[in-house]
Design a protein around this ligand. Structure first.
Ligand code: GLN
Length: 457
């Protein structure tokens, strides 16, 4: 066979590296070559369908405890721009790709992705049939996995993975939270935003950092907040003593049940100060309200998840990264007069999207809670708003990074909530975006720069 046809068969133009093995707990084996640091790592296998934004994914602290598979076949093409990183140190356990690019081309790139991964000691495998792997995970569900460049014996790795720790029940947020309280005041100029500087500081926000992506904190600055980040288990009394206008609950990794140190504090904060939660932060509000959280079969991770905003009927294309989700009926009993006359819960929440109704439940602790957002792919809950208390949250990522920016209006909404407005979620999403994410009331005209995607790519 010619060298070229061999390359075509392997789907990569690089010589084979050290052999590496990915073994799942159900016995599935995927062979490939080591393409970054050497080692043996254990974690939950998951996949992300984003077409770009690999550095943001790799550095998102929410991936602690997980081995990520990127479904896009070539990863690393535009190299590494450290400004895109969401944290200093990747928290993921390992990376699986079809083909890792060693010769990037982009004016913003300072190094290749394999060099960055080696520098950060991330174990990675390439040459894997990622389509087969993703189909396997979709059919058989998320599970424990081991990725090794040291041991290439399938039986030995299978025994090790079966003896490894599951992320269910583990408090991973504690491992990526900040150690002490700090002020976040760092807004690098990004090409993608018409608004490159922090807004006028109108609100003081205390942010629970359970592994916050920096772009979320940056967006709070753009939205006119000053931001003080506190560790995941900071007592509510300490937070209230700082006299904030609002409390933000960040994203974070792992099983929300295990993050009791946060949600028990959130329970005390709700009703005393406006609260906004994203992803794990959303789950913390749900847990504080006594709701049940389910583990999804294989999670939502990618940049094109359609979500309907039930208040407006508009569909947002959203960035997502979660493996657990709210069971909406567990929040309380349906209030028929606020739910289009319907008396019973629907398991598939797309029923409400089809009916164009944003149903309301009566929660034992916090009164009326409205379902505001529904995932149109699988009918799971994506957002809630408390009606008797100033608080709302979404399961997806309005900050994107990476992903579409349709949901940036939620940062505007948080500002309006802190202003005491009842109509805080009543925002013309398109106008909000076109204003270049001014995060204020969209009355002034602002020059919109042509690059409208995160990172200017
Ligand atoms: N990005 C996040 O905050 C993830 C939330 C949670 N750890 C989950 O996987 O469901």
């Amino acid at each position: 066979m010619s060298e070229m046809s061999e390359r075509l068969l392997r789907g990569t133009s690089k010589p084979c590296g050290v052999s590496a093995l990915l073994v799942l707990e159900d016995g599935a084996v995927f062979r490939g070559s080591s393409c970054a640091a050497d080692g043996e790592v254990f974690g939950e296998i998951c996949f992300n369908t984003s077409l770009e934004g690999y550095l943001e994914v790799i550095t998102d602290p929410s991936y602690a405890g997980q081995i990520i598979t990127m479904t896009y076949p070539q990863i690393g093409n535009y190299g590494v721009n450290v400004q895109d990183a969401q944290s200093e140190k990747p928290a993921l356990r390992g990376l699986v790709v079809r083909d890792l690019c060693t010769t990037p081309s982009n004016w913003r790139s300072t190094k290749s992705l394999p060099d960055y991964l080696r520098e950060k000691n991330v174990v990675a495998i390439e040459g894997v049939d990622t389509r087969a792997l993703v189909r396997h995970v979709r059919d058989h569900g998320a599970q424990r996995a081991v990725l090794s460049t040291l041991d290439t014996d399938e039986a030995s790795l299978l025994a090790k993975v079966r003896a490894s720790e599951s992320i269910v029940g583990l408090n991973l947020a504690a491992t990526v939270s900040c150690e002490k309280t700090y002020e976040f005041d760092d807004l690098p100029e990004r090409q993608a935003f018409a608004v490159t500087s922090a807004g006028e500081r109108r609100h003081k926000v205390v942010a629970y950092d359970c592994g916050a992506k920096r772009s979320i904190l940056e967006n709070l600055l753009r939205a006119g907040c000053s931001v003080v980040a506190v560790p995941w288990d900071t007592p509510a009394e300490e937070v209230l003593a700082m006299d904030p206008d609002g409390v933000f609950l960040s994203n974070g990794p792992g099983d929300p049940e295990a993050v009791e140190g946060t949600y028990t504090q959130v329970e005390k904060l709700l009703g005393k100060v406006p609260v906004f939660g994203i992803c794990l932060g959303h789950q913390m509000i749900c847990k504080a309200a006594g709701a049940e959280i389910e583990k999804l079969k294989f999670g939502h991770r990618g940049g094109n998840h359609p979500v309907m905003n039930l208040l407006t009927g508009r569909v947002e294309i959203t960035a997502q990264n979660h493996g657990f989700g709210l069971l909406f009926p567990s929040l309380g009993t349906l209030v028929p007069e606020l739910s289009g006359g319907f008396k019973g819960h629907e398991e598939d929440l797309r029923f409400w999207a089809r009916s164009r109704i944003a149903p309301v439940v009566q929660n034992e602790k916090f009164g009326r809670i409205r379902l505001t957002h529904v995932n149109l792919n699988d009918g799971t809950a994506e957002g809630i708003a408390l009606l008797d208390i100033p608080a709302f949250s979404v399961q997806y990522h309005p900050e994107a990074s990476p992903g579409p920016t349709d949901a940036h209006y939620l940062f505007t909404a948080f500002g309006r909530l802190m202003d005491g407005r009842d109509d805080y979620l009543d925002i013309d999403i398109a106008a909000d975006r076109l204003a270049g994410w001014t995060f204020g009331d969209v009355t002034e005209t602002i020059e919109v720069k042509p690059a409208m995607t995160e990172g200017g790519r």
